[in-house]
Design a protein around this ligand. Structure first.
Ligand SMILES: Nc1ncnc2c1ncn2[C@@H]1O[C@H](COP(=O)(O)OP(=O)(O)OP(=O)(O)O)[C@@H](O)[C@H]1O
Ligand SMILES: [Mg+2]
Length: 235
């Protein structure tokens, strides 16, 4: 599903990613963890084609994204990827329903198609009652669920999330995490989640440990550890 080979990225003299190789299977829920500054967000932005690597290749859903023009890339993102950020980034002047519909409009769906899909997602998120509320009238957990619905509206194969539960309390956090697994089970989506939340990381199928721009190892849900265990244990 996602194939990453030899990704490097520097900002000026700072080498942020020093050669990342990673394969993620369809329907896998993968977490990326590591200290602040390790390069997690940079890697996620590159996987999400929001930033370009200095070298290396990325294939997503069978498409070599490094070969796409800027216009083709934005279409690719709209159709294949969904993004969830730490702070929901909903548009304040639009209702929950409208926020969810926007990516569907961009993809060329009609108003009635987009509305039907957005309502289906709101229902799935138990948010039908809140459809006509603006973000300021929603709780933190509700806003984040709307953001997840917006990410899903075009049936993307891959959801990329950067600290999705970072701004939520324990209960909302647990609900959001459960939602990711429900979505995977129901729609077969692939999730790549950057997180500092150990509880979330433990529940994902596989955790990638990033440090100083390199993958120093990975752990799987059943506790198998590969590569450099000592270093992972320190984090
Ligand atoms: N656009 C940029 N220009 C210059 N430096 C950058 C830029 N983006 C990130 N960096 C630097 O690259 C390094 C990695 O940043 P990144 O945001 O990927 O870290 P992170 O692992 O997501 O950290 P955190 O857990 O704090 O979010 C940091 O030292 C950061 O300051
Ligand atoms: Mg980050």
């Amino acid at each position: 599903m996602i194939d990453i080979k030899g990704i490097t990225k520097s900002f000026g003299k700072l080498e942020v990613l020093k050669g990342i190789d990673l394969h993620i299977n369809k329907g896998e829920v993968v977490s990326i963890v590591g200290p602040s500054g390790a390069g997690k967000t940079t890697l996620l932005q590159i996987i999400g084609t929001l930033d370009k690597p200095d070298s290396g290749d990325i294939t997503i859903d069978g498409i070599d994204v490094s070969q796409l023009s800027t216009k083709k890339l934005s279409d690719f993102r709209n159709q294949h990827l969904g993004f969830v950020f730490q702070f929901h980034q909903l548009l304040p002047e639009f209702t929950a329903l409208e926020n969810i519909m926007i990516p569907a409009f961009i993809s060329g769906q009609s108003r009635s198609e987009a509305k039907a899909r957005a309502e289906e997602l709101l229902d799935f998120m138990n948010l039908s009652e809140r459809a006509n509320h603006k973000p300021a009238e929603l709780s933190g957990g509700e806003k984040q669920r709307v953001a997840v619905a917006r990410a899903l509206v075009n049936h993307p194969a891959v959801i990329l999330a950067d600290e999705p539960s970072g701004s939520l309390d324990t209960k909302n956090k647990a609900e959001l995490h459960q939602l990711f697994f429900d979505l995977r089970d129901k729609f077969g989506q692939t999730f790549v989640i950057v997180t500092h939340d150990e509880e979330l990381a433990k529940t994902t199928d596989r955790t990638i440990h990033l440090k100083d721009g390199l993958i120093i190892g990975e752990t799987t849900k059943d506790g198998d550890r590969e590569h450099n265990n000592d270093e992972i244990n320190e984090i």
